[in-house]
Write a protein that binds this ligand. Sequence first.
Ligand code: HEM
Length: 180
Amino acid sequence: MQGIIFNALEEFVLDNADMETWNCIIEETDLSSNGAYTSGVTYDDEEIVALATTLCEKLNLPLSDGLKVFGEFLFGFLINRGPIELKTYKTPQLLLQDLEGVIHKDVRRIHPDAYTPFFEYSVINDCEGELVYRSKRKLCSVAEGLIHGLAKHFSKEVKLNHIQCMHNDYDECKWNIKFS
Ligand code: HEM
């Protein structure tokens, strides 16, 4: 996982608690790196889940809920600090349509060792579509949070119906998404 995602997790903790809490989380988590993360460098996938697990234990929150809240924060972080200009998008659906072929493709162009998930978005009508997600990391909770962050960015409400999930033995996750 790219360092920028760890930087986002650190900022999420700093925004909601303080540096002492982040340092505690680093100390209490079994990490193969030393817990200092640089944007553009790749770290073990397990580390982000381990850090999120420690954080959720502290907050007494199920991991999937914590990952969703973090995902929502992450969208704003990537819009402001990510490597790609995204402010030109006029609707959330247009951005979702470009997620695979433009946005994550650009992430891989800039960071050739990045592993980005696969997404396919099919438009049903002006405010509804279907999103397919595949990744070895199975981080559908983060994806859901990111979609909530996306809706918030465009001042929209969103309803997500997780029709199928990789955690229930499907090959891919699928959501029906309605913006209003
Ligand atoms: C609603 C919009 C988005 C969704 C649903 C989404 C989904 C995801 C998910 C679920 C991951 C976790 C990795 C995985 O599942 O394998 C991820 C990773 C990532 N995404 Fe996105 N993303 C979105 C928008 C963006 C944007 C706007 C950017 C910034 C330019 C971005 C850049 C990245 C990067 C850098 C990673 C880490 C890749 C790696 O570690 O190798 N994403 N994305």
